[in-house]
Design a protein around this ligand. Sequence first.
Ligand code: SF4
Ligand code: SF4
Length: 172
Amino acid sequence: MSKRALEIIKKFKIQEATGLNLSDAIVLLEDLMDMHARNLLEKEKFAQTKKRALFLPHCSRKFMDGRCQAIFDANIPSYVCAHCSPDCLVNEATSLALKKGYDVYVVPGGSCVPKILKTKGYEGVVGVACGEEVRMSGEVLGSMDVVAQGIPLIKNGCANTAFNIETLLKTL
Ligand code: SF4
Ligand code: SF4
């Protein structure tokens, strides 16, 4: 996979486009390829699942400070979006997923995911996060027999991050 990642980085000038050094660019590409491969492998099984949840990253909220009106409930543990900003990605994604019958969690880190899964008994999970976080969560989900589909952030950085809402909609 590293060899293929290197070819892609050179062909599409990914270092020039992102400013990443070579080793970081390889890790980024490997994580995305790993996510895509897992999604393809699990796609049919995921389609059979009934009880589902969507996990969103807290870093995609419009605001990361007190302007975000979401309440963090440590008992879940998850933020609960208060829908304060119509142009907030987390708000948009939450509304879409709730309409489709998903439970939605906005988590500050992947470590919250197994805690939630242990008590809720979901069959299928859609997770939005950076490639590294999706890879780590995917390993945990696999060990818990939960079928997952990952959606990568298209802008990383742990604040003001973004994902593609159309990709999310198709996956849901
Ligand atoms: S819409 Fe929800 S997640 Fe976004 S800033 Fe408001 S409360 Fe926070
Ligand atoms: S960029 Fe990744 S590691 Fe950072 S907060 Fe978002 S999901 Fe978590």
